[in-house]
Design a protein around this ligand. Sequence first.
Ligand SMILES: [Zn+2]
Length: 226
Amino acid sequence: MNIDIILGKTQEHLVPLEGTKYLVHEQMLHDFLRLQHSAQKDGFDLQVASAFRDYDRQLKIWNAKASGEKQLIDDQERPLDYSQLSPTQIVFAILRWSALPGCSRHHWGSDIDIFDGNTQTASEVKLVPSECFNNGPATKLHDWLDVQLSQKKAFGFFRPYVTDHGGISPERWHLSYYPISRRVIDVYTFSVFKRNILESEIMFKEIILEHADEIFQRYIMGFDLP
Ligand SMILES: [Zn+2]
C-alpha cells in the first residue's frame, strides 16, 4: 500500500465516475455501479455527493474551520460561537464533522457520500443527519440500504459511521468499500498518523500533537465494521 494513497497525496489509484465530477478507486467502481443499479431497480436514484478528496482540499477545509472562516456546528447542527471556544474546543468541534488532512477516508477512493437524486439535487445536499432520518429526503434510500446491508446485498459496501463512538458524528450517508478500506486501515498506524501531522501545515498543530493518542483512537480507529 502506497503511503501517498492513505494520505490523499496521489490520484494514481483513481478513475472517473462517469457522468459526475468525482473520482473513485478503480477497484471499487464496478461494485458501486452494481449497487447503483440495484437501487435503481427498486426506485432510487443513488448518487454520489462526495467521493475522493485530496490532501490539499482537506487541509483547506480544516484551516477554514480552524480560523473561524467556516461555520462550526454542534451535534444538533446548531451554529457554534467561534469566539467563545478555546483552541482545544475548536479542534474537537471540527473533528466531530471533518477529518484532519491525511486522515479522511475520502482520501482512499473507497469511500463515498450518497443521496437520492429523486428527492434532492446535488446542490441541495448538505450531508447532515436530518436529511437521512424521519421525513428527510434521503431517509427512504437509507432504509432500503439497511435492508440490503442486512441481506449482504450491498456489493462490499458498509457504513463505517453508524454508531457514535464519541469521535466522528454518525454519518448515515457515508459508505465505504470494505475490500479497499480494510487494506488501508491495516497499515494506518499511529506512527503514520503522527508523522503526517508533524509534516503538515495544519492550524492548531501543537494541540493536535498534544492529544495525538486520543485523536487517533477516537477519530481514526473509532468506526464500525461491516
Ligand atoms: Zn463522507
